[in-house]
Write a protein that binds this ligand. Structure first.
Ligand SMILES: [Zn+2]
Length: 287
């Protein structure tokens, strides 16, 4: 961090993340209930007073109002400021990750936009899965469309910028990467789901989880899928064991923990440190 522009870019990333997460709070509450995300405008659930614009600034307003409604003093759930802060930190972390990786400006901007959209979809998806035990299509199918369209545009970029000495295979590489990731994500987790359902004689995980893994493959390619499956099952098992210890539930009893948030957590690790983890693993296997 050397100049003022870097600090401005960091602040902008943090602020953007907080604003988008503030909107995600609205989406997570309203979309599963079939309500519109734009109207009516935000209002207090208790006294119905509409929230003034200067009381709707992410993070700051919650602190300024000390977590209470300005009109009726009803307590506002701390989840709002938690989600806003999480969104801010995630956007900033991904910006720093790309900025420090030394990509050219235009590539960094393209990857940053796709990464921010996907982080937003994952945040919304995790919260909805946590609340309602379902992953909505706008997250999973939306992610697949995002991944394939992004790599399709990369392929078009190759055709416009590479001369005829570059082979067709190289030009089509981004699209092949995305489609193979989609197939591997869908196929691998679909297989796990099928085997799990046969072994436990009940649905082992939802189709939403399979779709989510397909989306991750479409955006980040086939290698990411393998790492995300490994990480998410580790995180999921750790959380499951923790809950069993906490509630002293018998192992045999079926614990219904949504798997989606753990897949998203695994994907977050991939986005922030995936290349380093794969390199460290390959290095470890060699020696
Ligand atoms: Zn109120």
């Amino acid at each position: 961090m050397e100049n003022a522009y870097e600090y401005i870019a960091c602040f902008f990333s943090f602020f953007m993340g907080a604003c988008i997460a503030s909107f995600i709070n609205v989406v997570v509450w309203r979309v599963p209930r079939g309500e519109s995300v734009v109207s009516p405008p935000s209002h207090c659930p208790k006294c119905s007073a509409s929230i003034k614009w200067y009381h709707n600034i992410p993070i700051i307003s919650y602190l300024a109002l000390r977590g209470r409604c300005d009109s009726c003093s009803e307590k506002i759930s701390p989840r709002y400021i938690f989600v806003e802060s999480l969104g801010a930190v995630l956007f900033l972390a991904y910006f720093l990750r790309l900025y420090l990786s030394g990509l050219s400006f235009s590539f960094m901007l393209a990857y940053l936009l796709v990464g921010w959209v996907w982080l937003s979809l994952m945040l919304a998806g995790s919260l909805i899965d946590y609340d309602h035990k379902l992953l909505p299509d706008f997250v999973t199918v939306g992610g697949m469309v995002l991944g394939v369209l992004f790599h399709l545009s990369m392929t078009l970029f190759n055709f416009l910028n590479c001369d005829s000495t570059v082979s067709l295979l190289v030009k089509f590489m981004p699209l092949l990467y995305s489609l193979s990731g989609l197939a591997v994500g869908f196929g691998l987790l679909g297989l796990v789901r099928m085997l799990g359902t046969m072994a436990f004689k009940r649905e082992a995980m939802g189709m939403g989880d399979v779709f989510l893994m397909g989306a991750i493959g479409a955006i980040f390619g086939p290698i990411s899928v393998v790492l995300v499956i490994v990480l998410s099952s580790l995180f999921g098992s750790a959380a499951g064991l923790f809950l069993i210890a906490l509630s002293k539930t018998k192992l045999g009893r079926y614990l219904e923990i949504p798997y989606g948030p753990f897949i998203c957590l695994g994907c977050l690790v991939w986005m922030l440190a995936g290349n380093e983890l794969v390199a460290a693993y390959l290095n470890f296997m060699r020696f």
